[in-house]
Design a protein around this ligand. Structure first.
Ligand code: URA
Length: 450
């Protein structure tokens, strides 16, 4: 088989055979296909798409390009969650303890942040002592203790995706539904999930700017997941504005703690409850409750201290420090360095998540390059959300940097972040149309609900 023939097939819009796809993934993984030919096929896929069969085969082959996790030590079905990326996304640290209140055990493999959407591993590492690089052989012991593990993704899981993603990043081939869907799902399959909820973000701060594209991506991932024997649901969520009020590592974990103490933002609660609802149902729990009762029960557990107890157990089990008052101790704390004020009276019609995300990253909360150092205390506190009424001079947001360890070029970063965040707020004379944080759940009525 020759790579040039595979490229030509796709260039002329024809379907690739399973053998051709397997040959391609094997050649990517062992390095026998040069980058220029890999990139050429990627571009042909971007332009001419893939059928459902091709997409499923590509995903399965990628998932088998390295190790596949065996999670058979878990009691019950192995649940997993994935987000396509968002600003202020603190769902995972809330979801795991909430599921634990139902006795649902979970191993969550997460990444570090690159670019403005932030990574769950960085957020957990903002807690003093918290260890995220957990050897796989320790998973059963940690699960036995707390029912939860959060760990960095190991490089031997779906290595073909790693190679393909770094090429896509520099060849303008990231934005393609078959490539995004196969990339995400290959890691989930290799990770050992048997029930999966996908948080497919949609809006200014997400990969998918339009709802129709978010639905298309969701449908593709559901088909791949179900085809691979994973019960899969997708929740399309709003990412026009950041989720919740805090963006940044310590800041988001502080908001997690507040949410678990019953003082969280409504949008965070709604998204977490919906994602948890899907997984609780997939895990076959809460069957004595109807859908409405289950959602109410989840919200109660999230806010009345039960999920908080589980969260503290998770932190302690991975070496994190808890203060005497029960809150986590952080590596660094946010210092409120500058405010942005409303230039006029009116209603907040937009808080553009992409600009807030970039401002937070510029302040030091994220990385532009893999090797960049981060400032755990950096980020943005939103004092207003879409729909709020403001008066000229009211504070719209606070820009923060670490109290103890700001980055060496902190001042320069602060002024650049000010420019970015100032443009994020749009103010108009009338209140904007309300938008639910949960836009859609796919597939519709998945649980045989009337
Ligand atoms: N996230 C992934 O893991 N892969 C993509 O291609 C895009 C987002």
């Amino acid at each position: 088989m020759k790579m040039i023939d595979i490229i030509l097939e796709k260039r002329y819009g024809r379907e690739l055979t399973d053998e051709q796809i397997a040959f391609f993934v094997k050649g990517v993984t062992d390095g026998s296909i040069p980058d220029y030919q890999v990139s050429s096929l990627l571009m042909a896929i971007v332009l001419n798409g893939m059928s459902e069969r091709e997409m499923t085969t590509l995903t399965i082959e990628m998932s088998r390009s390295g190790d596949v996790n065996d999670l058979s030590f878990l009691e019950g079905i192995a649940v997993d969650k994935h987000s396509t990326g968002g600003v202020g996304d603190k769902v995972t640290p809330l979801l795991l303890p909430l599921l634990a209140t139902y006795g649902i055990q979970s191993v969550k493999l997460s990444g570090r942040g690159l670019g403005y959407t932030g990574g769950t591993v960085d957020k957990f590492e903002s807690i003093e002592g918290f260890e995220c690089e957990i050897a796989r052989k320790r998973f059963p012991e940690l699960i036995k203790n707390t029912g939860m593990v959060i760990s960095g993704q190991t490089p031997d899981l779906a290595p073909a995706d790693k190679i393909l993603y770094s090429l896509r990043d520099v060849t303008g081939t990231v934005d393609s539904i078959p490539l995004i869907a196969s990339s995400i799902m290959s890691k989930k399959i290799a990770g050992g999930a048997k029930a999966l909820v996908l948080d497919v973000t949609c809006g200014f701060g997400a990969f998918m700017k339009e709802e129709s594209r978010a639905r298309e991506l969701s449908a593709a991932m559901i088909r791949i997941g179900e085809g691979a024997g994973i019960k899969t649901r997708a929740v399309v969520t709003d990412m026009d504005q950041p989720l919740g009020r805090n963006v940044g590592n310590t800041l988001e974990m502080q908001e997690v703690y507040d949410t678990l103490c019953g003082k969280g933002s409504k949008d965070v609660q709604i998204v977490v409850v919906e994602l948890a609802f899907q997984l609780v149902r997939l895990a076959g729990k809460g069957m004595d409750l109807d859908d409405n009762e289950l959602r109410i029960d989840l919200l109660k557990r999230l806010t009345d201290g039960r999920a908080l107890e589980e969260y503290r157990k998770l932190i302690r089990s991975q070496g994190g420090v808890i203060n005497e008052d029960g809150s986590p101790q952080y590596v660094d704390y946010p210092f409120d360095a500058m405010h942005i004020n409303a230039p006029e009276d009116g209603y907040i019609t937009n808080v553009r998540a992409n600009l807030i995300g970039r401002a937070s990253c510029t302040l030091g909360a994220g990385r532009f390059e893999k090797s960049d150092k981060i400032d755990f205390g950096a980020g943005v506190i939103l004092c207003v959300k879409k729909g709020d009424k403001v008066k000229k001079g009211d504070t719209l947001c606070a820009l923060c940097q670490g109290e103890k360890n700001p980055l060496p070029d902190a001042d320069e970063r602060l002024y650049s972040a000010f420019d970015l965040a100032s443009k994020a707020f749009e103010i108009g004379p009338n209140p904007p149309k309300e938008k639910d944080p949960v836009i859609a759940v796919l597939p519709k009525k998945p649980f045989g609900v009337k």
